[in-house]
Design a protein around this ligand. Structure first.
Ligand SMILES: Nc1ncnc2c1ncn2[C@@H]1O[C@H](COP(=O)(O)OP(=O)(O)OP(=O)(O)O)[C@@H](O)[C@H]1O
Length: 658
């Protein structure tokens, strides 16, 4: 029998759903400049084989090395874009996209939900699977007690069925976020939560939405503005609670183009802004242990346990599990013996069996040693004057005030072994992690989400999705360095107390050039254009910094005469400025969601809109013309009225000028 932990009455008088229609009316559209990644994205192509037929042509990008251009998709033939409504099972005709395989998966998911949580079946008719994530399957449901109503009057719900291996704390935290913050400002709310043994399901309001893939290249500036504004509104709301969403990405920000509705979903990785209290190797140990329980289908990091430990305010309501973890953490928090006291044989023994004898006075010594160690991190120079100390002798290390001896050694030096482990969350989806996360900065803030919003904006502006696609955090950082230059990263690393070693220098690229160059890739990668710039011997110079042909150079301070981009301009200058601020490398200088909403990209448009509305209220130009014509006629009728009309016209002109 199901054990219901929280079930509010589903009597919310929400809007009755309407029969869904497709968002955009255009069938079989061929995009010459359709989306795609910098690199070939076989995963992306594989993920949606049933929905999109993609024709990739292996068009060599400009530049010899093609560091980040690689294989550019030249054409995407798509079926009519549609909202993922699950409408088929609600009496609507099945679309050709619904394959047998998809139906099977949908049925599997429904059966799984109904078997694991039988109460769901008593309350809901579950129709189809509408989303599939790392931690859950989301299904479409309608109330059984409304089954007698016509389709158009039955309310729809998104039932998020958590995978049974999801940690209870993670589920609890997600639930807390939704109950505390949800239901307003584009943030998803929750109706109820059902649990049976190890399985839990959230019942949320359902929102039919379009796939990002279908609209990100099609939006005009006002729509992009609307999209970004709504995303920032949701983030501003979440950030007011000092909560970092940590998984801001297009698939978690639902958008219904037709109804202009938005919804930020998935608070599975959300946590409070770091309190620097819990950063110990013990925490890392228990986190690792928790991590082992979770098997990920997709490369999204699972740091729930760590997040729980770092978010003290959230802990209050989390119950025994967290307390248990804290105990575990305390017991493993014991500091290591100071290096002076460790005989080499003893140390070896410790490393082998993991034993860690601790005495009270050693704790004190350890605490005294911490500032020294922190300092050491910042001073890589050695007595010999070389940048790195390659001395292998541990006793010399001690004599050298605990400097690092790891470089060029096959093992971690004693001094580093003694250091407290830096424990920084890296939860989130690859491609949306900001530099501070990639550099393992422990005191992360809501700026993490703002960076992710910037990446989404960059995808929209450049028509490249996903924009960053690195297999690991190092390459992800290298991608950021490629665009923003090494100086910005070095400075930020210094500001964040992190040390970063880069093998080469790189100058920053210009975001406007980057966006327009990618947006119009077919134009700038055209063979004819290349031919027109080739020298007589058929060669064309390539910029060493950005790896692009000189006429397409993307560098901020380019030394080349490049092709003019003005004819291809699509955005106002304020858009690039906002993009730059959202993607500020230093999290301390990054714009907040609240500030971003006051950026001229939004406010200037609002002012223009206001003026337009005022004009409408006072008469549109067309109306005015008609009025003038009528006036003219009247004037002809009476010379007396002529004066009046002229005065009126002058008044109107003066008013318009204002
Ligand atoms: N309220 C909702 N209405 C409509 N669809 C929804 C709703 N909530 C979630 N979905 C769909 O389900 C998908 C997965 O949901 P969610 O992100 O919450 O799960 P997840 O397991 O955490 O996924 P991921 O690992 O991709 O973040 C979403 O991308 C969306 O398409």
């Amino acid at each position: 029998m199901a054990d219901r932990v929280l079930c509010q009455e589903l009597a919310t008088t929400g809007n009755h759903y309407r029969r869904p229609k497709t968002g955009v009316a255009s069938a079989n559209v061929v995009y010459a400049n359709g989306g795609g990644s910098w690199r070939a994205a076989p995963r992306q192509a594989q993920r949606q084989p049933r929905q999109t037929v993609q024709q990739y042509a292996n068009t060599p990008a400009t530049g010899t090395a093609g560091r980040h251009v690689g294989r550019a998709p030249t054409a995407i033939v798509e079926e009519q874009p549609r909202e993922s409504t699950g409408a088929e099972v609600m009496g609507l005709p099945a679309t050709p996209r619904t394959t047998k395989q998809a139906r099977n998966k949908s049925e599997e998911a429904i059966n799984d939900l109904l078997t694991r949580i039988p109460d769901v079946g008593k309350l809901f008719d579950v129709h189809s699977r509408i989303g599939n994530g790392t931690f859950s399957t989301v299904l479409l449901g309608t109330l059984r007690r409304e089954s007698h109503l016509p389709d158009s009057l039955r309310r729809k719900f998104a039932i998020k069925h958590h995978i049974p291996t999801s940690h209870p704390d993670r589920i609890m935290k997600e639930l807390q976020c939704m109950t505390k913050m949800g239901g307003v400002e584009n943030v998803v709310g929750i109706h109820c939560c059902l649990r049976c043994d190890a399985s839990a399901a959230f019942v949320m309001p359902y929102m039919a939405h379009d796939r990002f893939h279908d609209f990100y290249t099609r939006m005009d500036v006002p729509e992009i503005r609307l999209y970004m504004r709504n995303l920032l509104v949701a983030l501003r709301h979440v950030h007011k609670f000092d909560v970092i969403h940590r998984d801001v990405k297009p698939s978690n920000f639902l958008y219904n183009r037709r109804r202009r509705e938005f919804l930020l979903v998935d608070f599975g990785l959300a946590h409070h802004v770091n309190l620097p209290a819990v950063r110990s190797s013990g925490a890392a140990t228990s986190f690792a242990a928790a991590n082992n329980n979770n098997n990920s289908k997709r490369p999204r990091e699972r740091e729930t346990m760590e997040a729980v430990q770092q978010s003290a305010p959230a802990d209050a309501g989390l119950g025994g599990a967290v307390k248990r973890m804290r105990l575990h953490e305390e017991s493993s928090k014991m500091p290591l013996k100071p290096v002076n006291d460790i005989a080499p044989s003893e140390l070896q023994q410790q490393l082998v069996d993991g034993s860690n004898p601790v005495q009270p006075q050693q704790v004190q010594q350890q605490q005294q040693q911490q500032p020294q160690l922190a300092q050491m991190d910042q001073t890589p120079s050695t007595p010999s004057g070389s940048k790195y100390n390659t001395n292998r002798n541990a006793s010399t290390a001690v004599a050298n005030n605990g400097k690092c001896f790891c470089f060029a050694n096959p093992s971690v030096c004693l001094n580093c072994l003694m250091k407290k482990e830096v424990h920084a969350s890296r939860a989130g989806t690859p491609g949306y992690r900001p530099p501070e996360v990639l550099m393992k900065y422990p005191d992360q803030t809501t700026a993490v989400d703002v960076w992710a919003a910037g990446v989404i904006f960059l995808s929209i502006m450049s028509s490249v999705y996903p924009f960053f696609k690195a297999p690991n955090d190092f390459i992800a950082l290298a991608e950021i360095v490629t665009i923003f230059g090494d100086q910005a990263i070095r400075k930020t690393a210094l500001a964040l107390d992190r040390m970063i070693t880069l093998s080469q220098r790189s100058r920053p690229l210009n975001l406007r050039k980057l966006c327009l160059r990618f947006r119009h890739r077919s134009v700038f990668s055209d063979a004819k254009l290349l031919k027109s710039h080739e020298s007589v011997d058929g060669k064309c110079e390539v910029c060493r910094n950005c790896d692009q042909y000189f006429f397409n150079c993307l560098c901020e301070d380019s030394e080349y005469l490049t092709e003019s981009l003005d004819a291809y301009e699509f955005f106002p200058p304020s858009a690039y400025d906002l993009l730059q601020r959202l993607l500020e490398i230093n999290p301390h200088n990054r714009i907040t969601a609240e500030e971003a909403l006051k950026h001229p990209f939004f406010t200037a448009a609002e002012e223009a809109e206001q003026t337009e509305q005022d004009q409408l209220a006072n008469g549109t130009p067309r109306k005015m013309r008609r009025q003038r014509y009528q006036n003219h006629k009247t004037v002809a009728a009476s010379p007396e009225q002529l004066k009046q009309q002229v005065a009126l016209d002058l008044q109107q002109a003066a008013f318009n000028k204002l």
